[in-house]
Write a protein that binds this ligand. Structure first.
Ligand code: AMP
Ligand code: ZN
Length: 494
């Protein structure tokens, strides 16, 4: 019997605004699509939070025994400024500034993204399609929407006719926006546009002469509108109706609202059964964003090189910090909160390691099965990781009590406790044990770097700065950053 047959998972659906019991379309299999990054700059910690929120979802579904097809795209074309509607393409702008081919920009930041996700120990998706690899599919959808009467061509560009669509469908049902309000808010801009109505959105844009990422189409040499790629790629790999679609809260409107409209215009069925939106990571109370510069980059966190940080933090500690908040709550980033999480993380890992040395008794002073179920209950309640972590800390207290002879556990219960701790810490939360004394490469590397730090400290004490600087610089060359803080020297990998 699979775990999903024993556990009842509830997911908060942003469309119905309620927690709904999860039932996949096909028994035992889940299709999940998550909007990926627009690759024109390094991902910041805010982006990472959203992707890690969905890594948790993916991992828990796998843990429950589902066969999951997880599709997460790379936006490498068509995402203009102003919610993808007008202005410059940020990839082209970056290419111009850095004197690179647009595809070099795309490659550089896709690699950064993959590297960062690997450092966070996030699973790669099952399929990672790109917008530029699916131009033909996107053109086909534009044709279908035109055939269905919900789009019109103007000067080589094609726009989605929102008012027409709204006569028979409900535009705004995901974001809760009323079309009347949208019309009033955007009225002044209407005359400057070739659109029939300002709330219409681009499906295909004719390329200006300087716009070098362009493809031939029945309407013009141009490029697809941003919302179209996700409709094309999600339905291509998951079908016209699939289980879960995720993304950050800021994508609800217009991006996901437009995705629903595009899909319903061609299929007359709702594309997604469960819409999930992850909340924002803030810095100084404001949303972390690429454009405003109000952000922290992963490598700054891992090296401690940012003024808001007192020291370096390991990726797994940062991830633990993020999972101490529910994915639908806003989370403010701060050095103090990270330090508190780091302490908690080590407390948890110490307890896990202590499990193997616990004494066995005739009886248990704790109902381990009830505790185990409470871990599942937390995750079954819309992936409530902070409650799960609180339960893991309950177990930590128990482990410490057994160690001190203040509580007892039977052999059988210890086995359940150990397996459950392992499942949730490593498989579901995807944490790494930084201090593991085992034989893994991380601990070997850590031992070697600690040795070099000790040699450097010795050289510094002997005023042999040539040697101490060489150790620091050579380590940096191979991607290991030393950071001197008030509590000694720490290191991070870049
Ligand atoms: P982008 O590359 O801008 O398309 O963003 C990639 C993903 O990161 C999207 O799902 C966004 O919703 C999400 N995102 C952007 N800023 C933040 C933030 N401050 N906190 C959490 N998620 C964010
Ligand atoms: Zn998308």
């Amino acid at each position: 019997m699979k775990l999903y047959e024993q556990q009842e998972l509830f997911i908060y659906n942003s469309l119905s605004k309620t927690k709904e019991k999860f039932a996949p379309i096909h028994d035992g299999a889940v299709g999940m699509y998550v909007c990926g990054p627009t690759v024109y700059s390094n991902v910041h910690m805010g982006n990472c939070r959203t992707f890690l929120s969905f890594d948790l979802v993916y991992r828990y579904l796998i843990h429950l025994g589902y066969k999951v097809r997880y599709v997460r795209n790379i936006t490498d074309a068509g995402h203009l400024e102003n919610d993808g509607e007008s202005g410059e393409d940020p990839i082209l702008r970056k290419a111009r500034i850095e004197q690179l081919e647009p595809m070099e920009v795309v490659q550089k930041y896709s690699l950064d993204f993959h590297n960062v996700m690997a450092q966070f120990n996030a699973h790669p998706p099952s399929i990672e399609p790109t917008a530029t690899g699916h131009i033909i599919e996107q053109i086909r959808i534009v044709e279908k929407i035109i055939e269905a009467g919900y789009a019109y061509e103007k000067n080589g560009s094609v726009y989605f006719d929102v008012l027409k669509f709204n006569e028979t469908h409900e535009y705004g049902k995901l974001s809760g926006r009323q079309l009347e309000d949208m019309i009033t808010n955007t009225r002044e801009l209407a005359s400057q546009s070739e659109k029939k109505n300002p709330q219409d959105f681009a499906l295909w844009k004719k390329a200006e002469p300087q716009h070098i990422m362009r493809w031939p189409s029945p309407w013009s040499d141009g490029f697809p509108g941003w919302h179209l790629e996700c409709t094309a790629m999600s339905t291509k790999y998951l079908g016209n109706n699939f289980d879960i679609h995720g993304g950050g809260m800021d994508l609800k409107f217009p991006h996901h609202e437009c995705e629903i409209a595009q899909a319903e215009a061609t299929n007359d069925e709702s594309p997604v059964n469960y819409w999930m939106h992850a909340n924002m990571l803030t810095l100084n109370g404001k949303k972390m964003a690429k454009s405003t510069g109000n952000n922290i980059l992963p490598h700054e966190l891992f090296s401690g090189e940012n003024d808001v940080l007192s020291k370096a933090f390991a990726p797994t500690v940062a991830k633990f910090f993020m999972y101490q908040a529910h994915y639908r709550s806003i989370l403010d980033f701060s050095n103090d909160a990270l330090e508190a999480s780091e302490k908690g993380y080590y407390r948890l890992m110490d307890a896990y390691r202590n499990l193997s040395g616990l004494a066995i008794s005739e009886s248990s002073s704790f109902d381990v099965n009830e505790w185990r179920q409470s871990c599942y209950d937390a995750m079954n309640d819309d992936f409530n990781s902070p409650i799960l972590i609180a339960q893991l800390f309950e177990a930590t207290k128990l482990i410490n009590a057994i160690k001190e002879g203040k509580a007892t556990i039977t052999e059988n219960d210890l086995s359940v406790l150990t397996t459950t701790m392992h499942d949730f810490i490593f498989d579901v939360l995807g944490l790494l044990d930084l201090a593991s004394e085992g034989n893994n490469d991380t601990s070997k590397l850590s031992g070697a770097v600690e040795l070099l730090i000790a040699l450097r400290n010795k050289a510094r004490a002997d005023k042999d700065f040539a040697t101490s600087d060489k150790i620091r610089d050579d380590l940096k060359e191979v991607g290991i950053q030393l950071k001197d803080g008030k509590d000694g020297t720490t290191y991070s990998l870049n």
